[in-house]
Design a protein around this ligand. Sequence first.
Ligand SMILES: [Zn+2]
Ligand SMILES: [Zn+2]
Length: 371
Amino acid sequence: MGTSDGHVVGTTKIVDHGSPAVRWNVAIVAEGYTSGQLAQFHADADAFVHTLSTTPPFDELWCGINVFRIDVASNQSGADDPTACGGSGATAATYFDARFCGDGVTQRLLVVDDSIVHTVVNAQLPQAHVILVMVNSTEYGGSGGGVATFSLAPGASDIGIHETGHTAFGFADEYDYYSDCSEAGHDHHPAGEPAQPNVTLDANRATNKWRDLVAASTAMPTMSNPDCAHCDRRASPVPAGTVGAFEGAHYYRCGAYRPEHNCKMRELGQPFCAVCRRTIRQTLGRFAACCTSWTFGDNTLAAGQSQRWWLWWPGYPGFEVIGVQPGTPGAELRFETPGMQLNPDGSATYFLTVSNVGAATVRYAFRGKAV
Ligand SMILES: [Zn+2]
Ligand SMILES: [Zn+2]
């Protein structure tokens, strides 16, 4: 049970956008990996980072984000899976004592000993803004309290980003059930406006808390549940991405509203809704003043190879390439810019050679900015 069941190995910066003093720092902590499995943790952390970096709005804020991997070896692999929630009864001697069924009734609720996590992260990375504990189990689970947890079930990275929504940005769940759509006591949301930015009891156009994002042509409420005894699974009456007030949220089928028909806080695999995206931008904006740049393309380059590029822009100078950004953590690339050419029609062409001097294939993109 706990710290006698393993040891802390160390910390590695796997996404480096500058000093931790000025960036938003994500700590990814290994749990339930043995010493021999830490290479797998490195690959799992890289996969999460790739998903995070391509998930709006984290993609546009990426230059403001550092990611650190904290390697912790456990004596045994996996997590406890109590039979009380229908689990296998497996137990594992792990450093942070991860277990499913964290509340005694909900198997997917994957929890760890938060105080041990905080002790380790305070020692390894005191500048961490959000702590994600990656649990080496393929069973579905996660939670988003003081630290976010997620397992390696299919869609693991998306689970991790959903749980980050709770832990880092204070989002509520936007779904309309707790255990299932026929449970008692979840027909009407109790009185009292939720504090979270992405759910509300107020569908009034004049007072709703995200009213500035609601078009005058959008009905309020936008969608009401005609049968509070059941979840409303009808299609949206408005195009995807429309902000309004959709009934069914925060574990209740009626009385609580969400901003869009769908959102990553409602269903995995979906994009964040506009209200959630705005909160993320507001929270990370001060770390990402560097992000007035754009990223172009997603390319791969084999070891020892070079690629020549030309980039065209309708105006001169219009833009400049300010870097070549490896999407593969730790990768090393060289680039040269032989020149920028003014064309007779007033457009500009920029020439660039990118070389992979490392030993492995690297994904990369250009970073540039308007001038
Ligand atoms: Zn959730
Ligand atoms: Zn949302």
